[in-house]
Every structure is written in structure tokens, then in C-alpha cells.
Design a protein around this ligand. Structure first.
Ligand SMILES: Cc1cc2nc3c(=O)[nH]c(=O)nc-3n(C[C@H](O)[C@H](O)[C@H](O)COP(=O)(O)O)c2cc1C
Length: 216
């Protein structure tokens, strides 16, 4: 086993492509099975900051992203409620491998930037650098173009996005509890740097981050 790991490390060192982050990650179908009831998860919810640097399993990552912004009905509507059904908040998953944008319709992740950018999701809280995944919630005003009725003025759009993100982070917190994972909602984000590395256009607004991962 030790030999295999050493060989793998050497291969990665010699060939950048051998260990490249996948450009797409198709997430496994979400399991809604849990030994923890919603009420138990609520009673356990709290912020954790004692993360250890250990990746989530694909099943855990799937569950967390689905709770954040997944669809839960055939009509494409989602786990979390949104004003006028306009889902104006996108979720970026920042892992050790890269920055990924979650595609809710296809339940997959698309690579935006390769590399470990977890430090860029914080202004200096070291625990974020160890969390398996930092979710970054980004308001995307373009989403209102899909509204069936006249969209609210900009102020109302921002307010709706902030209410939506509140539901999203709480759903993730509860899903994390069912997996024995810690989470911490964070407003302190290096917004300027993250905008650059995630190639976000100026019109998009970074609302909140949430660290999720194994804890000590
Ligand atoms: C909008 C918002 C922003 C927050 N920002 C941060 C943050 O930047 N860093 C942090 O460590 N915790 C942050 N928190 C977590 C709060 O500090 C935490 O929820 C609060 O102290 C209550 O503790 P509890 O979550 O364990 O109940 C934030 C929470 C919210 C709702």
C-alpha cells in the first residue's frame, strides 16, 4: 500500500495531468435515508470551527450540494423556497482540488478553476483552509430574466436572495448533522480575490460562505 501511494505521488509530481481535478463531477443520487430525525438534527445544529483536512465521500458531497440548491421535484423546483420560484443564488463548491459550480438540474459539479483556493474563501479564519468544502453562495441577478411575472426592483431581488440563502445554509447545516459533519456559516470572505479566481462577472454578488467537513 505504501509503495502504491509513493508511486502515485511520484506520477502526480511528474505529470500535471495525471492528478488534474476532474472538469466535471457527476454526483451520486442523493440518499434521503438517515438515522437522525429533522428534530434531532435541529437540536444538534451549531457552528463548528475545528475542521480536519479530510475529503468528503462522493455521497456526502452529493447530499450537501443537494441540500444547498438541489431539485426535489420533477418540475425542477428545489429543496429551498425562492421568491417567484426564481433561484437567484448559485453555489460554488471550493475543495482541495478546485472551485466547482453546482449545476442543480444535472446534479453535477463543473470545474471553474483548478487548485486549492479554500484560503480565498476567508479573510483569515484558518479553519476554512481545512474544511473539506467551502460553499460560496453567489447572487446572480440574471436569474430574474426567467421570472414569469415582472421581477421586483433591485432592492427586492437582493432581499429575496438573502432570504433564500438563509434557507440554503440551514438546509446544509441539517444535512451536515445527519452525516456527523461540522459546518460554519461565514460572512467574512475575501470577496475581491474570490471574484477573481472564480471568474465572477461584476454583476454577481458574493453573499455568504459555509464551511462543511469532518471535525476533530
Ligand atoms: C450571516 C452570518 C454570518 C456569519 N459569519 C461568520 C463568520 O464570518 N465567521 C464565523 O466564524 N462565524 C460566522 N457566523 C456564525 C455565527 O457566529 C454563529 O452562528 C453564532 O455565533 C451562533 O452560534 P451557533 O451557530 O453555534 O449557534 C455567521 C453566521 C451568520 C448567520
Amino acid at each position: 500500500m505504501k509503495k502504491f501511494l509513493l508511486a502515485l505521488a511520484a506520477a502526480c509530481f511528474m505529470s500535471a495531468t495525471a492528478c488534474a481535478a476532474p472538469t466535471e463531477i457527476t454526483l451520486p443520487t442523493v440518499s434521503t435515508e438517515s438515522n437522525l430525525s429533522v428534530m434531532q438534527a435541529l437540536s444538534q445544529r451549531q457552528s463548528s470551527r475545528n475542521f480536519v483536512d479530510k475529503a468528503l465521500t462522493p455521497e456526502q458531497l452529493s447530499k450537501i450540494l443537494w441540500a444547498a440548491n438541489g431539485t426535489n421535484r420533477d418540475n425542477g423546483k428545489r429543496v429551498n423556497p425562492a421568491a417567484m420560484g426564481v433561484y437567484s443564488v448559485e453555489v460554488y463548491a471550493v475543495t482541495k482540488e478546485g472551485i466547482y459550480l453546482y449545476d442543480a438540474g444535472k446534479h453535477k459539479l463543473n470545474l471553474i478553476a483548478e487548485g486549492d483556493f479554500r484560503a480565498v474563501t476567508t479573510t483569515g479564519q484558518d479553519f476554512a483552509k481545512r474544511a473539506a468544502v467551502n460553499l460560496v453562495y453567489v447572487e446572480t441577478p440574471d436569474a430574474w430574466q426567467s421570472a414569469r411575472h415582472t421581477p421586483p426592483p433591485r432592492e427586492g431581488q437582493i432581499s429575496s436572495a438573502n432570504i433564500l440563502v438563509g434557507a440554503m445554509v440551514q438546509s446544509v447545516a441539517l444535512a451536515a448533522e445527519t452525516e456527523g459533519l461540522g459546518n460554519c456559516v461565514r460572512g467574512s470572505i475575501n470577496r475581491d480575490e474570490f471574484k477573481k479566481v472564480a471568474k465572477l462577472p461584476d454583476a454577481k454578488n458574493i453573499l455568504l460562505a459555509q464551511s462543511v467537513g469532518f471535525t476533530k
